[in-house]
Design a protein around this ligand. Structure first.
Ligand SMILES: [Zn+2]
Length: 351
């Protein structure tokens, strides 16, 4: 899922997103509840109509963004008190309020509110946040069942699994979350200070304890290698700002490995960014031209690199789906990984 923080995947139109192969995108509850406000979006018919996107939307609960503003936040059993990053006004997010906002937005998939914690953290605090997440999950699900989207539908509901940096606690939390009636599961609170190896140990512990007949979503990751490693752990859905954020910094993901378009070696290159990519940037433009646009600070550079990176990620996932059907995921993952590990020095895959 490309990330549409403010109800837009920065620089791309709905037609661009469809052309990239995007089937579902993520919108951020926290940002949209503060601006322009979820009531306004409900009154205008919901987020699909507001942003002219007729394919599925998943909204997060807003908890991650709120809790990452550490010093401005107070967590109680009721919910999270925080101050808006826009105007400093006091705000409150509870399980019920998060589900209300997501119903107003009219997303197809809504996610329960969780209590994410940074790592490292002592065992008692990890347990406390995990237990609170379970109580908030129950409240979120109970409340969400009473709500309707602006189009008069119910939503699919995903529950978040927490459990900090302890594999046994992760497994226990996944098992207890799996007992709730919901449509899918999100694994949250990873990539928050632990090593890559720990991330995959924790993701595997959680994913292995979740039912195989419902989707598993790993929140906030990652690089192309992370996606392949995640798929091998049984993950079905991902979201990440990397393809869009890196594009604005001149970083392209290609089938030949990462390309920093600012590098002098591309000044006279009349090759496309990625000869095996189907996107508009790769069909029409050279690396030399994209480099020039980027160095001149032209909007078109951001737009074309974003379109390319999102297309690359969608193509990578298509490749993985086909490889799973043919039973050759390991082999395909190895081939792609080699091109990336050589170039960016990424750590080895989990054993
Ligand atoms: Zn491309």
């Amino acid at each position: 899922m490309p990330v549409g923080t403010q109800g837009t995947v920065k620089g791309l139109t709905p037609a661009d997103l469809r052309a990239s192969g995007t089937r579902i995108l993520l919108a951020n509850t926290y940002h949209l509840m503060l601006r322009p406000g979820s009531e306004l979006i409900r009154n205008l018919g919901g987020l699909h109509r507001f942003m002219a996107w007729d394919r599925p939307i998943l909204t997060d609960s807003g908890g991650y963004q709120v809790l990452s503003m550490k010093e401005l936040v107070k967590v109680t059993e009721d919910g999270v008190e925080f101050r808006s990053h826009l105007d400093g006004k006091p705000e409150f997010l509870s399980p019920e309020r998060s589900m209300d906002v997501q119903a107003d937005l009219g997303s197809d998939i809504a996610v329960t509110l969780d209590h994410a914690v940074p790592l490292p953290l002592d065992a008692a605090a990890q347990r406390e946040a995990g237990e609170r997440t379970l109580r908030w999950t129950e409240r979120s699900l109970r409340h969400a069942r009473t709500l309707k989207t602006p189009e008069g539908h119910g939503q699919l509901l995903f529950a978040i699994v927490q459990g900090g940096g302890d594999s046994a606690l992760r497994r226990e939390m996944a098992e207890r979350t799996a007992a709730y009636p919901c449509d899918g599961f999100a694994i949250g609170g990873l990539s928050v200070g632990e090593t890559k190896r720990e991330t995959w140990d924790l993701a595997r512990a959680a994913a292995g304890a979740l039912p195989a007949d419902r989707p598993r979503y790993l929140m906030g990751m990652g690089t192309p290698l992370d996606l392949l490693d995640g798929i091998a752990c049984g993950i079905d859905l991902f979201d990440c700002v990397l393809p869009t954020r890196n594009a604005r910094n001149g970083m392209a993901f290609t089938s030949e490995g990462p390309v920093n378009i600012r590098n002098a070696e591309y000044a006279r290159s009349d090759r496309p960014l990625d000869p095996s990519c189907r996107c508009e940037a790769c069909a029409l433009l050279t690396r030399a031209y994209l480099r020039h646009l980027h160095l001149a600070g032209e909007i078109l550079a951001h737009r074309m690199l974003t379109l390319h990176n999102v297309t690359f990620y969608q193509t990578l996932m298509e490749t993985a789906r086909r490889a799973i059907e043919r039973g050759v995921l390991d082999q395909i993952s190895r081939e792609i990984s080699e091109r990336y590990r050589e170039r960016d020095g990424a750590p080895p895959a989990p054993a």
